[in-house]
Structure formats: structure tokens, C-alpha cells
Design a protein around this ligand. Sequence first.
Ligand code: E4P
Length: 220
Amino acid sequence: MKLFIDTANIDEIKKASELGIIDGVTTNPTLISKVSKISKDTDKKSDFKDIIKKICDIIDGPISAEVISLDSETMIREAIELAQIHKNIVIKIPMCSQGLKAVKYLKTKNIKTNVTLIFSAQQALLASKAGASYVSPFLGRLDDIGQTGLILIKDIVDLFLAQNIKTEIICASIRNPIHVIDCGKLGAHIATVPYNILNQMIEHPMTSIGIDKFLKDWNN
Ligand code: E4P
């Protein structure tokens, strides 16, 4: 199972990268807005590109950068610009008709895409048919509204297995360490994990108690 880090915070990405267990990065406009200080529209774009470039210099793996337009032509223009930043860039495109059109076109240009905001297996199927390299089902946001996000992950995993679909599943909107393990057990390819959850995955109270005891016994 591959682990991506779900953040645009360079410090967090550096620290996670040093662990040697991170295979890629996902960002979205919300995550970018948390780290960018720029408010003027003209400078926003270049700051966004600078952040993405910095991420590419740290992690050698797929780096998702999201388009912000809603029509396929502008999405494609944005995607081509972003793809020029680095060979590892994957264009994140929201699930919608215009997005599917853009994905289909970008596939012919060998530009990888990650179709985001997936909330049903049928959306995942359409994205894969358009030629998406990745789909991102959001399980936490389903849990938030009282539905079971893991059922969506299972549906997509089962469908892709039954139909031999090669699009990789990035489990997104992860809210806790158990989500990661459940997604792995279901056979999803990737979980994209916020930095705080990565740290929760490292720690266990019994491990800390064990380390303390070993050190105490050694010193005595
Ligand atoms: C990742 O690709 C998504 O953008 C992200 O996981 C969304 O998470 P959220 O529901 O916590 O915003």
C-alpha cells in the first residue's frame, strides 16, 4: 500500500519525507490557501506554482496539483501549465462533465490526472473510462454526513477488481489512523494522510512505556 501526504505545508512534507515512507503528495486549493499568504489574484497563481515546485523538489513521487476552473478548455490550459513544472505532476480535476472531458484530452497528451471529489462508484467508473490515472474517493466527508465512507471505498475496489480497471484508488479525506488500515485491508492502492494522522500512526502508548522502561532498566 502506498502512503501519500495530504498537505501543502513544506515543513510537514520535509519532516514526513525524512521518515522515508512517503510515496507522493496531494494538495487542493484549501490546503494551498492555508500556506499561501498571497491574496492578489495575479500573484496567487505564481505562488501556487512555487509551492508545487518546492514540493516536487522534496518528494520523488506523484504530486497532485488541482485546477480551479470549471470549463474543460480552461482546465486543460491550467493543466498544461502545471504539468510543465515537473515530470511528477498529476493534475487534480474535480468530478463533473467538464472535468471528464479535460481528463480524456489530457490522457491523449500523456498528462496524468487524479479525479477528485468522488462520492460514488459510478463517478469512479466514469473517471476511469475517461482515462484518469487516479480517483480520489472522500471517505471522511461521507462519515461527516452520517454515511459510511468505507462502503464507497469497498464498492470502488470491488468494481475495479471485477473489471480489471487499472486506475489507482487514492483514499482521501482520511480522518483517523483506522481509516488507513481499513482502506488497506479493502485493497485500495493508496491512502493520502494528513501530517497529524501520520504522527498518530507512528505512536502507541505501550511503545512509549516500553521505551521508557528499557531506558530506565539500562541506566539502573
Ligand atoms: C485529498 O486529495 C483531498 O483533497 C483531501 O483528502 C480532502 O480532505 P478533507 O475532507 O479533510 O478536506
